[in-house]
Design a protein around this ligand. Structure first.
Ligand code: ADE
Length: 247
């Protein structure tokens, strides 16, 4: 899968992309990330990428010409891939959206800066607007890296584990169960007995129950959309009952 990133801060990308899992994925040719400096597509002496807003008011606005030129030079005038603008005004990113984007061969990510981008970029160039959460950052670079990371995890082979991203928190709509590793006892705190039992049916049942319990306690909103079996519903009823009795 190919990511075409358009930014005014290309230097922030390599340190993250050259680390760990994403580095390995790039070396294996599973993902390609091309970072383009929007400033290289300006045509004036000062390489201007922003200007004051029409109508007055504070802040600067990202000019349309360099952004259109950059995107059209790389992708052509009628790009056939999603062109995503990172903006706090977009729909909020989640695991489902990451999975959907991972099915694309190529996506373009435009990182906004300044107070915002000229509206014609939104309406005439961009196909999707994505926010990574209800807070405002100084630009779309970190959000772009977050998308690249979350999307890449769905590409077969990127995670060494054959189950890939399907075991992650949120994959089935639930939070993940607790993890333990050696030693079995640390400062007097024991690993739950069942995990040492070697009984995989029991372990799976325990993990499922922990997932349901955690989701119920921390993110009950997720339970409404989660894929739940009859056994899950029974377990959940039990969890609810013990909570009611406990409180
Ligand atoms: N740019 C600034 N804040 C952002 C956010 N929350 N999500 C995506 N892009 C942004």
């Amino acid at each position: 899968m190919q990511f075409e990133v358009f930014t005014l801060l290309p230097e922030v990308f390599p340190p993250y992309l050259e680390s760990s899992i994403l580095q390995r994925a790039r070396q294996r040719g599973l993902i390609e990330v091309h970072v383009h400096n929007i400033r290289d597509y300006t045509h004036d002496k000062h390489h201007t990428t922003d200007d004051i807003p029409y109508g007055g008011g504070g802040g600067m606005v990202m000019k349309p010409e360099p952004v259109f030129d950059a995107v059209e030079s790389i992708l052509g005038v009628q790009p056939d891939c999603p062109i995503i603008l990172l903006t706090p005004q977009g729909r909020v990113f989640n695991q489902r959206i990451a999975a959907e984007f991972s099915l694309q061969e190529k996506i373009a990510l435009i990182c906004g800066r300044y107070e915002g981008v000229d509206e014609r970029i939104r309406t005439r160039l961009v196909s999707d607007e994505i926010s990574i959460g209800d807070y405002v950052l100084t630009g779309g670079e970190l959000p772009a890296l977050i998308l690249i990371d979350a999307i890449s995890r769905f590409i077969p082979g990127v995670l060494g584990d054959p189950d890939g991203a399907s075991d992650d928190s949120h994959a089935s709509g639930l939070l993940e169960y607790p993890h333990y590793t050696r030693p079995p006892e640390f400062r007097g705190w024991d690993v739950p007995e069942v995990l040492l039992s070697g009984d995989h049916a029991k372990i799976n049942q325990w993990r499922r129950e922990q997932s349901l319990r955690r989701t119920f306690e921390r993110r009950p909103d997720l339970l409404e959309k989660a894929e739940l079996s009859e056994a899950d519903r029974k377990m959940l009823e039990q969890i609810r009952k013990t909570k009611r009795e406990g409180s």
